[in-house]
Design a protein around this ligand. Structure first.
Ligand code: FE2
Length: 376
């Protein structure tokens, strides 16, 4: 059984090797007066907890920690396994650029191939979908094959995990050769690997690209793990990582009448504790950067060039040919996508749309909980 002791001040207790504050425990109580039993939402505001709250006593039984709070004189039970999962009394984080253990960074040479599944299997909404969504979360990219060759089929992909995020490009957009293209994506030239739409805030977090026609030479798709790219940048030159994380860049798009999108965000976005949260890399839509001090601008550009060299390193990328009825999904906060150039006769027609990672994560979590409840 785990030992518990209450500090003489009553402001915290020690359970095994972990300390928990009185205020934290009280705020996270799961009793029906603190949390709605139906939807689990908290019923009290911060001010409802007495400012002189103390732990009067605490005791452990098999699976429960029972805490008596003063001056409320309220006894509340806490599940020990819940406390273990949510403990916060642990030594520091891993510096700048760390990622959750559920994320696996990769290079093309290490991962080899993008994880793939059949659309029919995914639409059964069982273990295959659970595992495929897990791949999108883990690697930031996954493919789907054996889908229909029909305009709008990409919405069946989004329906697997969430909802389309509509933009000024519409519910979806078409990527194919056009005369007088508004956007360089609609020409036959190669595109450096990039994240989409960094000029939006918030940026679209999922992109789906679905192939309807592919009868030409070239135009292969490629993906690069942006998290692996910036971690490599950090290893090769920590100052380059820091300067891109420390200062905001600017991105803009106003190539369409009635549209003037702009965002001020760093190329490498970190949480306050250094967690790597988002990479933005798109040479086409970088605007004039004006938030880097004069003394650091030369370093910023050296770092930007350095990151571009890493992105262009063929060892970083996985390339594949999308056939009609196939698609890939990327976490657009992390994985860059691009394509090789194409020439001559034939057509290439992709349909793309955006969606959101929070819905994808939610569907994955719910599927994991559902499958863990299934009899084995
Ligand atoms: Fe793109």
């Amino acid at each position: 059984m785990t030992d518990v002791s209450v500090d003489a001040s009553g402001t915290f207790l020690t359970l095994g090797s972990r300390r928990f504050h009185a205020i934290w425990l009280r705020d996270n109580a799961a009793d029906p007066e603190t949390r709605d039993p139906g939807n689990g939402q908290r019923l009290i505001a911060p001010g409802a907890i007495p400012s002189d709250l103390r732990i009067a006593s605490a005791a452990v039984s098999d699976t429960t920690l029972m805490v008596n709070f003063a001056p409320e004189m309220r006894a509340i039970a806490f599940d020990l396994s819940w406390l273990e999962r949510n403990a916060y009394d642990q030594s520091g984080v891993d510096g700048r650029g760390w990622t959750e253990p559920t994320i696996t960074t990769w290079t093309g040479s290490r991962l080899g191939e993008v994880p793939v599944a059949n659309l029919g299997d995914l639409e059964m909404r069982g273990a295959a979908l659970r595992d495929w969504l897990g791949c999108v979360r883990n690697y930031g990219v996954a493919r789907v094959i054996n889908g229909p060759v029909a305009p709008g089929a990409l919405f069946r992909i989004v329906n697997l995990f969430g909802h389309v995020r509509e933009t000024n490009y519409g519910r979806h957009f078409d990527v194919r050769t056009q005369v007088n293209p508004v956007n360089l994506a609609n020409t036959g030239r190669a595109l450096q690997a990039h994240t989409d739409n960094p000029y939006r805030d918030p940026v679209p977090t999922v992109q789906v690209l679905y192939c309807l026609e592919s009868s030409l030479t070239g135009g292969d798709s490629m993906v690069i793990d942006g998290f692996a790219a910036v971690r490599r940048l950090q290893e090769e030159n920590p100052d380059h990582f820091d300067v891109l994380a420390d200062h905001c860049a600017r991105f803009a798009f106003d190539g369409e009448e009635g549209v003037s999108l702009a965002a001020r965000r760093p190329l490498i976005e970190l949480a306050p504790d250094g967690e790597l949260r988002c990479v933005r890399f798109n040479n086409r839509s970088l605007a004039a950067v004006r938030d880097v001090p004069f003394e650091r601008m030369a370093m910023w550009y050296a770092a930007y060039r350095h990151l571009g060299d890493i992105v262009d390193d063929p060892l970083m990328a996985i390339s594949f040919r999308l056939e009609p009825g196939e698609c890939f999904v990327v976490d657009n906060t992390r994985v860059l996508h691009g394509r090789t150039a194409w020439t001559g006769a034939g057509n290439r027609w992709l349909q793309g749309c955006y969606a959101d990672m929070d819905g994808l994560r939610s569907t994955h979590e719910a599927l994991m909980q559902a499958t863990s409840r299934e009899p084995v």
